[in-house]
Design a protein around this ligand. Sequence first.
Ligand code: G6P
Ligand code: FE2
Length: 213
Amino acid sequence: MDLALPTRLTVATDGTLGGATRRYTKLLGDLDGVYRDNTAWQAAVAEQGAESIAYAVDDHRYPDQAGGTGRDQLAADNAGALIVGTSTLQPGIVGDEYAMTRGHLHAIADRAELYHCLSGHGVMLLETVDGHSETVELRPGEAVNVPGHWIHRSVNVGDEPFVTLFCYAADAGQDYGIIADAGGMRSLIVRDGDSWAAVPNPDHIGYRADGKA
Ligand SMILES: O=P(O)(O)OC[C@H]1O[C@H](O)[C@H](O)[C@@H](O)[C@@H]1O
Ligand SMILES: [Fe+2]
């Protein structure tokens, strides 16, 4: 097994990650089905363009120790390793809902994650398959230590980019189907006057049991 050499990273409040090994972007046009009001999402795509960036993730990860593929191999290769990165979520409102990430449960569901707010104003929406829902509001300098088994989604409730530094186990993976199959998360984060509120999602039909991705 090759030894990973320690890497120095620089983390800026605008999300710039010096030393990143990977960047991925989600475009507004990629988010079909994420927002409850599909007509409003289509209008936003028509107005802002399908290619406009909804959020960007820059991360640093060490190469797979054995170069394997597949979830079991990845888990074996990356046992104990961390992925560290920044997430930059643009502001906006679609229908009544604030701009958000797709959200996921970790494919290895017990894997935890740290989110530390670097700039902007956001909410981490957290739910479990058996009915718990929580919100954690985040401003610069505030963080949430997301336990395993919580489905999580970042929501930007401000008018600037919501930027977080995150860290999670390299073998965690992401299960996106759990939200899509449930008709969305149990709660929606919507505009409420000048602020935000979590309200029940009428389209949510319940989560399947985890571990069945
Ligand atoms: O994966 P999404 O739900 O689209 O959210 C985007 C990103 O959010 C977090 O920052 C996670 O740590 C990333 O691994 C994830 O990819
Ligand atoms: Fe995650």
